[in-house]
Each structure stands twice: as structure tokens, then as C-alpha cells.
Design a protein around this ligand. Structure first.
Ligand code: ATP
Ligand code: MG
Length: 564
């Protein structure tokens, strides 16, 4: 795989087209479709969108924008028991945040229930569909096995009149849930299970989030999906590989009805290491309080990633980098984080923050004085300019950056050693003060006033530069550090439930962090690099009394290592 930094414009012809785009390009060149091409992103509103959906969104909306077509945002809301308006709202927000535009085409499959019903009657009249009284268990048993043909339902040869009557009565609510189904009459001996008289409608006395109690029969996915595509005159109906075996059925319905026939194209879904992607599993994490909600920053949901500090550009670049193909694979989470760092490196201003502070007193610095030092906002972007950082006699540094009895290779602060304070001065450690338990509570140093700005006029070298925050006007903050949500590359590994592989250390809350005063009142979702510590953003829980920051990602890029 080649890494693409995402700077290429989306329709850069020099890039090799993926197989889906190649089909679209060929169709356009061959004049297959009379009008502009049309795609759709069809989420079922039964959960929040995750990073796998982002792959599908970028594919469908990306193709529409590159080839001068349109992409609909269509809610595939055919299952009333699991769907909610909360999910619809979150999906709309997430697709918009990712930067895509559906224009006026925010659509709902439930708006087509009437048309779908009429088409079902058309199939009944053609003798291609029948009302069946077999229970769900019987239907399964009648379907046969991969090596054995199925058995015909005893209701398969009902007359057209009887079927029309029974189907109308199903719709009118005369029968209990599960008492009857409408099935397509295809081929009980087909090697493809999906063609063995699949169920088109089931009875379900359930209230729907949009149609309320208007319907008590609901269409099955295989029946509904192609009709939705057809109604919307979709040209390329792009879905994931599990539906490859469903394509003959998709085609059969459209051909039997003789209506607009979209082309179904299957691609491999995104799998990521250390991540579960199914909405059912993500729902379990939410419902059983393993996480704080769908937007918990550890969740692979778009809303969780947004809260964590991901930019939409980083997600789009990731989708572009992984490309689209037909082979099942699992992408290394490190690649997603690599794309994230590439973007944040360019866009995040640098500031200094100390997460695990210990106080340093500079004994020869004038008492009560504060001076302003100049710091660079972003070495990767000169236009970001500089800012002023206060410095005075007492500062905080990371506890990790000091060691009393340091091994040879420890180059940071230790008694007798001189180091550079970033943008400030050279300081030399002269001693420490400890509490009764022997913990260092204060470090004493002297500074060299000649090294202001961090350079020594006599060319003296120091082996390390450490970050710091001025004690007097530091902002106190809470910082949340995140690890992988699961301990195993494949969270499904092992005998038990996937939840047994949850990482107990995936969230670490630090309550006593010190931030440079520049961060006061920083905007929600604004992103920063805390020098030497990683990329951070303001969390939704943040208040002016108690700022809360999330670590989006650390600085260390493990992807480049993986590649070597
Ligand atoms: P899940 O298995 O997570 O519940 P789903 O496929 O049931 O997902 P839908 O709401 O039906 O979720 O999906 C909407 C669209 O997103 C579909 O076209 C589906 O193919 C696509 N999609 C879902 N998961 C992935 C994934 N991991 N990678 C790529 N596309 C995906
Ligand atoms: Mg689904």
C-alpha cells in the first residue's frame, strides 16, 4: 500500500482508479446511463455511524462529486423496533461534519412503503409471490441445506385471488405477528439460499418512528433495498461484500417488476485492529455502560472521534489512503492514527502543558518578577506566528523529566545537570526538597541569564530541552488520556464475549495538569499540540471553572515503524 498524504485533489486523473470508480468511469464513457450518475448512502437509523460507515460515505459521496453526479442520504428505516429519531439526527450531523452535501436528497425508505406495497401486489398478480402460513422455524426448516434442495411450502400454490385477499388482510391487521409472511416464488432448489422463496413482508404490530401505526407489515431488507434504489433512480448501488450473494435476488425483483435497475457493486468493509465495528456491539458497550455514550472518545464512532479531536480531513484522508477493493482485510489502527497526526501536525498550534507536575524553583531568578518570552506557534506552518509565554521564579515541569539518581542515558534534569527550558533559559539543578516519604516535592535550580530564548552565547551545548509552565498563572486542568478500547488486535478473539477483551486502562484521568495561560477560554473542539506530549482538544465536559482536555493521539507514530 502506498501512503498518500491526502493532498491530491479528489479527481486527480494521475491516480489509478479503484475498481468501483473504474466501473463508473466505464459506464459514463459507454453512455450506459442517460443522465448523471446517482449513488446513495443508506444507513439504517439503529445506531450512530462509525469509521466503517465513513469509508462507505466517502466512497458514495466521493464518486458523486468526482463524476458530476448526486448522492442521496437515505435512511433505510424498514425495521421499526430498533430505529429512533436520535439516530437519524446524529447521522445527519455526522455526514455533514465529514463535509458531504446531499442537497435536497434527505430521504426515508418509509416514504416508499405505499409504492412497495403496490409492487408486491404486482408480483402476486404475476404469480410470483404468495402468502405463506409457515412459522419462522418451519420456514427455516423448509429452506433445506447447502447440499439439499429446500421443500416447497404447502401454501405455495394458493390462487392469485386468495393471495391478494390474504395480503390485504395482513396489511389491515387481521393477523398476529409471525402468523403469515409474503414470499417471493422463485426456486426452492436454487444453490443460492437467498433465492429459495425469500420472505418479502412480515407482520409486525409495532409503531414506526415516522409512519407511526399506519403499517403492521414491514418489508424485508432484500425486497426493500432494490426498490428504494429504483425509486431514486440510483445508477450505482454500492454495498459491502456480504451482499454479493444477494445480488441475484436484487436483480430478480427489479427484473420481474420491470422497473429502473440500478447496478449493485460490492466492496470489502473496513475492519480495524483493536476495534469492533458492528452497531449491535457498539450499542452493547453503550447500554451496559462500558463507555460513557456513543460519543465516548474511545468509541470508533464518528461522534466519538470528533469529540476525541479527530478532524474530518484526517478521516477523509484515511479513507482515501486505504482505498477500495474486494478483499477482506483488517487495517492497522496505527494507519488511522498516522493520518490523524499528518493532519494535526499541519493544523495544530503548539503550546506547553505539564500533565504530571513537579515544582521547580529557580533560586537566582528575581523574586516577584515575570517576563514574557517568545514561542513559535507551529514550526510546520510559519504563518501561525508566535506568542508570548510568561516566565518567573517558580515553574512546573513533568515529574518524568527529573530523576534524582539518574542512569547514564538519562539526559534530562538531575542534580548537577544543565538542560534547556524550551524558549526560556538553561537551568542547572542544585538540589531537591522531599516530603517525609521521600518523594520529591520541589526541585531547585539556578539559571543562566545569558541564555535567554534558549541559546547560549558561548556555544555551550545541553543534551535535552524540556517543556515547562509558569506556576503563577498556570491554568489548572483535567486531562484525559486514552488507550485502545480493547487489549486484543481482534477483540473477537477467545472463547468468551468480546467485552472480556476490553482494556481496563483505556481511560486515564489526570486531575492536576498545568497549562500555559494562552489556552484560557479556548474554543470547544479547538485542537492543540502540547509540546512533547501529543495532540489535545477541549472536551465537551469542559467548563471555564474546570477545563477538560482529551489527548487525541500521542506524538509517536508507530505506523512508520510498522512499514519498515
Ligand atoms: P453494522 O454491521 O455496523 O451494523 P450495517 O451494515 O448494518 O453496519 P448500515 O446502517 O446498514 O449498517 O450501513 C449503511 C452503509 O454503510 C451500508 O451501505 C453498509 O454497507 C456500509 N457499511 C457499514 N459498515 C461498514 C464498514 N465496516 N465498512 C464499509 N462500509 C460499511
Ligand atoms: Mg444493517
Amino acid at each position: 500500500m502506498t501512503i498518500n498524504n491526502g493532498n491530491n485533489s479528489s479527481n486527480d486523473n494521475a491516480e489509478r482508479l479503484d475498481f468501483v470508480r473504474q466501473i463508473v468511469a466505464d459506464d459514463i464513457a459507454g453512455g450506459k446511463w442517460p443522465k448523471a450518475i446517482a449513488t446513495r448512502f443508506p444507513p439504517e437509523p439503529n445506531g450512530y455511524l462509525h469509521i466503517g460507515h465513513a469509508k462507505s460515505i466517502c466512497l458514495n459521496f466521493g464518486i458523486a462529486s468526482e463524476f458530476g453526479g448526486t448522492c442521496n442520504l437515505r435512511f433505510d428505516d424498514t425495521n421499526p423496533t430498533k430505529e429512533e429519531d436520535e439516530y437519524v439526527k446524529s447521522i445527519v450531523e455526522d455526514v455533514k461534519w465529514l463535509g458531504w452535501d446531499w442537497g435536497k436528497n434527505l430521504l426515508f425508505a418509509s416514504d416508499y412503503f405505499g409504492q412497495m406495497y403496490d409492487w408486491a401486489i404486482k408480483l402476486i398478480k404475476k404469480g410470483k409471490a404468495y402468502v405463506c402460513d409457515l412459522s419462522a422455524d418451519e420456514t427455516r426448516a423448509y429452506r433445506g441445506t447447502p447440499t439439499e434442495a429446500g421443500k416447497m411450502s404447502p401454501f405455495r400454490n394458493r390462487s392469485v385471488e386468495e393471495n391478494i385477499d390474504l395480503f390485504a388482510r395482513m396489511k389491515n391487521g387481521e393477523f398476529a405477528d409471525g402468523a403469515k409472511t409474503l414470499k417471493a416464488k422463485i426456486d426452492m432448489a436454487s444453490p443460492n439460499f437467498n433465492m429459495r422463496d425469500p420472505v418479502m413482508y412480515r407482520i409486525l404490530h409495532a409503531s414506526h418512528h415516522r409512519t407511526s401505526d399506519q403499517w403492521c407489515i414491514y418489508p424485508m431488507y432484500d425486497w426493500a433495498h432494490g426498490l428504494e434504489d429504483s425509486i431514486e433512480k440510483i445508477t450505482h448501488s454500492i454495498c459491502t461484500l456480504e451482499f454479493e450473494n444477494h445480488r441475484p435476488l436484487y436483480d430478480w425483483f427489479l427484473d420481474e417488476l420491470g422497473i429502473h435497475h440500478s447496478q449493485q457493486i460490492e466492496f470489502a468493509r473496513l475492519n480495524l485492529t483493536y476495534t469492533v465495528m458492528s452497531k449491535r456491539k457498539l450499542l452493547k458497550l453503550v447500554q451496559e455502560n462500558y463507555v460513557s455514550g456513543w460519543d465516548d472518545p474511545r468509541m470508533p464512532t464518528i461522534s466519538g472521534m470528533r469529540r476525541r479531536g479527530y478532524s474530518s480531513e484526517a478521516i477523509r484522508n484515511f479513507c482515501k489512503t486505504i482505498g477500495v477493493n474486494k478483499f477482506k482485510s483488517t487495517i492497522d489502527l496505527a494507519l488511522l492514527e498516522h493520518c490523524l497526526r499528518e493532519d494535526l501536525n499541519k493544523t495544530s498550534p503548539r503550546v506547553m502543558a505539564v500533565l504530571n507536575p513537579v515544582k521547580v524553583v529557580i533560586d537566582n531568578y528575581p523574586q516577584g518578577e515575570t517576563e514574557m518570552l517568545v514561542a513559535v506557534n507551529n514550526p510546520a506552518d510559519e504563518s501561525a506566528g508566535t506568542r508570548e509565554v510568561p516566565f518567573s521564579r517558580e515553574i512546573y515541569i513533568e515529574r518524568d523529566d527529573f530523576m534524582e539518581d539518574a542512569p547514564k542515558k538519562f539526559y534530562r534534569l538531575t542534580p548537577g545537570r544543565e538542560v534547556r527550558l524550551r524558549y526560556a533559559y538553561f537551568v542547572t539543578c542544585t538540589g531537591v526538597i522531599k516530603d517525609d516519604d521521600g518523594n520529591v516535592v520541589e526541585i531547585h535550580c539556578i539559571y543562566d541569564p545569558e541564555t535567554r530564548g534558549g541559546d547560549s552565547p558561548d556555544g555551550r551545548k545541553v543534551k535535552s530541552t524540556i517543556h515547562w509552565v509558569c506556576a503563577e498563572n498556570a491554568i489548572d486542568a483535567e486531562v484525559r488520556l486514552y488507550g485502545n478500547l480493547f487489549t486484543k488486535e481482534n477483540p473477537e478473539d477467545g472463547e468468551g464475549e468480546f467485552t472480556e477483551n476490553l482494556n481496563p486502562d483505556s481511560l486515564k484521568v489526570l486531575n492536576n495538569c498545568k497549562l500555559e495561560p494562552y489556552l484560557k477560554g479556548t474554543d470547544m473542539l479547538s485542537r492543540w499540540q502540547f509540546e512533547r506530549l501529543g495532540y489535545f482538544c477541549v472536551d465537551a465536559d469542559s467548563t471555564s471553572e474546570k477545563p477538560v482536555f482529551n489527548r487525541t493521539v500521542s506524538l509517536r507514530d508507530t505506523w512508520t515503524k510498522v512499514k519498515k
